[in-house]
Design a protein around this ligand. Structure first.
Ligand code: NAD
Length: 505
């Protein structure tokens, strides 16, 4: 990984512009932590507006040749990228664990799901096939082609530093666009490794660029006239503001926001299976997943046995540094975030919820790393901060309701609509839930229903601003625009002036 030694002796994570690592001259930087040790491990450059301009200029320069590169050649590059990423799975995962904190197995899972998006993009010749209508009028054919947009940009969150960029750039590049990535400043190193792997796979210099940074870099991307489309994933307030600014500036935007994912457990569900799912989806990756289950909605008599079963499983979760064998949950991303998550436990008790399991009491939560053991809140209700806010940590809330209708209404009234799940043995209830629930991704006895790469990912309501979901078929639509051609080859002798509006005769 290209690094420069800063005066502090820490390595510096650089930009990647025009096919090489570029040191920043902005004089601004941030700390990259090792969350398992609670120590600084690197410094990350924060791009100035001029450095963003250099990355966009490099992407703009690379666009005409890349766009004109035959489809089969671009496909070859995507296949090679798939092989190169596959060969480097472990190396990528180790960087993820060292900067994000997630366990190495979880990090490998992230790489595997990102690889699926590259595999999908290998099918780009088929995905970009146009439509053709012969003899739309006498001697007239009409056809539609899809063309790339130009320079596109992606702004990504800390929780999936490899997979979410792959959600975006795999389709963007395969469709013939060039790309500028602004990764999260909290775990930025993997973006530079990905740039190297793209280069190894044969992606021409300038087609993929990385600018490290904070809101200064983002704001420049949002206003830059040469950036045609913005893909964003992150928290809802930032997603909303990015959507508003970038659309005002005439760009195509998909901005995925935060979440509050409800898992409904009906009284007829297999309680052990539901508890396994709630614990896996609630505490996996320390709750720092946008598809994490954060609220279990226990219907009627499901509540007591379910809470007991969850509590028993929580006590057995192994927590520690993600690189250690056998650990199931690592630390949170920063000390501030860990403390913020922990503060919800005091708040919940003050608002009348019960802290059924208090992770702060566990010895691991007192280590130098940013650990917080899992916590469980019971008798949570809408209106409490622990219900209304996206906590984004290992705190699972249980809301007790009397009926299925109460559960569905609660989900409908929640401002977010990312994922949701139902656990039941009643096929009719599951079918009804699928039909009426207000969320973009639904699991039936599946707690984290992240769509496969050949579908598209996206929530409803405050979980997505924009019209198109990310990756999959909607990703191809997002990164291309349609052109419809009407064509005829008449005998010149039949030509005449006709001022009427064209119509079929
Ligand atoms: P974040 O919103 O703080 O940051 C996301 C990106 O935006 C980063 O690159 C960051 O540098 C940039 N950014 C932050 N503040 C900004 C500002 N004021 N102006 C311009 N740019 C800004 O999110 P995060 O903490 O990195 O990630 C966690 C959030 O992302 C959670 O809310 C989670 O639900 C959400 N998320 C959503 C999805 C989804 O698919 N819907 C997937 C992953 C994460």
């Amino acid at each position: 990984m290209p690094v420069a030694e800063a005066q502090t002796g820490l390595r510096t994570v650089t930009h990647w512009i025009g096919g090489k690592s570029v040191d920043s001259k902005s004089g601004r930087s941030g700390v990259v932590w090792n969350p398992a040790a609670g120590e600084e491990q690197a410094s990350v450059a924060f791009a100035s507006a001029e450095e963003v301009d250099a990355a966009v200029a490099s992407a703009r320069e690379a666009f005409p040749a890349w766009r004109a590169t035959p489809l089969s050649r671009r496909t070859e590059v995507m296949f090679r990228l798939r092989e190169v990423v596959d060969r480097n799975r472990r190396k990528i995962a180790e960087i993820l664990t060292s900067e994000h904190g997630k366990t190495i197995g979880d990090a490998e899972g992230e790489v595997a799901r990102g690889l699926e998006d590259i595999e999908f993009a290998c099918g780009v010749p088929n995905l970009l096939k146009g439509e053709f209508s012969e003899q739309a009028s006498r001697g007239v054919d009409v056809y539609q082609i899809r063309q790339p947009l130009g320079v596109t940009a992606g702004i990504t969150p800390f929780n999936f530093p490899a997979m979410v960029p792959m959600w975006m750039f795999a389709n963007a590049i395969a469709c013939g666009n060039t790309f500028v990535l602004k990764p999260s400043e909290r775990d930025p190193s993997v973006s530079v490794l990905l740039a190297e792997l793209l280069q190894t796979a044969g992606v021409p210099d300038g087609v993929f660029n990385v600018v490290q940074g904070d809101r200064v870099a983002v704001e420049r991307l949002l206003e830059h006239p040469d950036v045609k489309a913005i893909s964003f994933v992150g928290s809802t307030p930032v997603a909303k503001s990015i959507y508003e600014t970038a659309t005002r500036n005439g760009k195509r935007v998909q901005a995925l926001g935060g979440a509050k994912n409800h898992m409904v457990v009906l009284p007829d569900a297999d309680i052990n299976m539901a508890a396994d799912a709630a614990v896996s989806a609630g505490y996996g990756s320390a709750g720092e997943r946008c598809m994490a289950i954060s609220v279990v909605v226990a219907v009627g008599s499901a509540a007591d046995p379910l809470i007991e079963a969850i509590r028993e499983r929580v006590s057995r979760i192994r927590i520690g540094p993600g690189m250690e064998d056998g650990q199931e949950m690592g630390p949170l991303i920063t000390r501030e975030h860990r403390d913020r998550v922990a503060s919800y436990l005091d708040g919940a008790a003050a608002e009348g919820a019960q802290v059924a399991v208090d992770g702060r009491a566990e010895p691991v939560s007192k280590r130098a790393g940013f650990f917080l053991a899992p916590s469980l809140l019971d008798n949570v209700r809408p209106g409490m901060r622990c219900y209304d806010d996206e906590i984004f940590g290992p705190v699972l809330s249980v809301v007790r309701v009397a009926t299925y209708n109460d559960a569905v209404r609660m989900i409908e009234q929640n401002p977010y609509g990312n994922g949701t799940a139902i656990f039941t043995r009643d096929g009719g209830a599951a079918r009804r839930f699928q039909f009426e629930v207000e969320a973009g991704m639904v699991g039936i006895n599946v707690p984290i229903p992240v769509p496969m790469s050949y579908y598209s990912f996206g929530g409803w309501k405050a979980s997505l601003f924009g019209d198109l979901h990310m990756y999959g078929p909607e990703g191809i639509q997002f990164y291309t625009r349609a052109k419809v051609v009407t064509s005829r080859w008449p005998e010149p002798a039949t030509s005449r002036v006709d001022l009427g509006f064209p119509q079929v005769r």
